[in-house]
Design a protein around this ligand. Structure first.
Ligand SMILES: *Cc1c(COP(=O)(O)O)cnc(C)c1O
Length: 385
């Protein structure tokens, strides 16, 4: 026991220094980091441009409050919505907070309060975001939840069509469910949602906290679907490691917020904005995004070559990759990977999740694959004897 509350099951490793895809623990042991701090460090550890930006900005001004104009916030918003049907941004500090803002906007804009979300979704831990999250284990002991969320099975067109009526303010989803097991939306489901939202006043909120900022090979994952969200929430990769989040929305909902309707003390502070702008200047380049796609395809191809297809299934979009291990519990496997020098995380009890930095090299991918092959095959053989 120590002086911290016991709300995390921490690995017995303390990471003290990182560079790119590699990170060292307090004993000097080096690891290939395929967690990226859970999809946060999109440019790896201590990226020189981010370090430089943070240093330079920290010598100018850290915080001003939104009492005053912050021109760099406007520029960041413009970068995020460029060539999009989206047009405005609000900045905050975490994914949960971004989802809270989106939920509030959807209610206020439509004058309705019923929101549909999907089983195995994850939207965060604050009351609204937790209530939107359709996972009982996340709700346990915290009720009553915020009212008027309906949970439907993901990718089930029939159920969705049956459940939609005039009381629905918004449908909220992840294009690839991250925490829930790396489950991509199907084309049919995306088409059904697009049809519903474009022929009614039901808003579409897409939670891109994990899938956004290039993770899936496009700026946002929705760009690879027919979906045209009214609201998009971002965090994780948006700050490249600096706590930073935001909501993007269309011009139709611009009038929903007026001065005083919503806010947050730290949101869009100059330090976070500066780091995020540098992240976007690098990630939102077509050549960079194409490389993410190619590296993701390469990684998945390699995985499919080494893994027995009858026991393990790979699901992926870009560099958000899940290995569904069937009935195999992944927690003990994760510590075996750590011993072998590879950091991975789970997505639910039976899925291993690979989230390398978006600028991972092919050589590093090969190194990771070699460790994966070694450890996972051994683990599978042990399980079958
Ligand atoms: C991580 C995550 C969140 C919550 O973000 P926090 O910054 O931890 O509040 C919300 N939605 C998705 C899809 C996530 O992956």
């Amino acid at each position: 026991m120590n002086a911290l509350f016991n709300n995390y099951s921490r690995r017995p490793i303390s990471l003290v220094e990182g560079k790119g895809t590699f990170v060292k623990d307090s004993n000097g042991k080096s690891y290939l980091d395929f967690t990226s701090g859970i999809a946060v460090l999109c440019l790896g550890h201590a990226h020189p441009s981010l370090v430089k930006t943070l240093q330079e900005q920290s010598e100018k001004i850290w915080h001003t409050s939104n009492l005053y104009e912050i021109p760099s916030q406007v520029k960041l918003a413009e970068t995020l919505v460029k060539d999009q049907h989206l047009s405005h941004a609000f900045f905050c500090n975490s994914g949960a907070e971004a989802n809270e803002a989106a939920i509030k906007m959807a209610r206020k804009h439509t004058g309705k309060n019923h929101i549909i979300t999907f089983e195995n979704s994850f939207h965060g831990r604050t009351f609204g975001a937790m209530s939107a999250t359709a996972q009982e284990k996340i709700h346990n002991g915290f009720g009553p939840l915020v009212d008027k969320f309906t949970y439907l099975p993901f990718n089930d067109v029939e159920q969705l069509k049956k459940s939609v009526d005039d009381s629905v303010a918004a449908i909220m989803l992840e294009v690839v469910q991250g925490e829930g097991g790396v489950n991509p939306i199907t084309e049919e489901f995306a088409e059904a949602i697009h049809e519903i939202c474009s022929t009614s006043d039901i808003l579409l909120i897409i939670d891109e906290v994990q899938t956004g900022i290039g993770r899936t090979g496009t700026r946002f994952a929705f760009e690879q679907t027919v979906l045209k969200p009214d609201l998009v929430t971002l965090a994780k990769g948006l700050g490249g490691g600096f706590p930073f989040a935001g909501v993007l929305g269309t011009s139709e909902i611009y009038d929903t917020f007026s001065p005083g309707s919503h806010g947050t003390t730290y949101g869009g502070n100059p330090l976070g904005v500066a780091v995020s702008q540098t992240v976007l200047d690098i990630v939102f380049q077509d050549t960079f995004l194409n490389e993410v796609k190619e590296k993701g395809e390469y990684l998945v191809q390699k995985l499919n070559e080494i893994l027995p297809a009858d026991k393990l299934t790979v699901r992926a979009k870009g560099l958000l990759i899940g290995i569904d291990c069937g009935s195999l519990e992944v927690a003990p496997t994760i510590s075996k990977f750590e011993d072998a020098g590879l950091l991975l995380c789970g997505a639910g009890p039976n899925v291993l999740r690979l989230l390398p930095p978006l600028n991972v090299s092919y050589e590093e991918i090969d190194q990771g694959i070699a460790i994966l092959e070694d450890v996972l095959i051994k683990q599978l053989n042990e399980q079958t004897v």
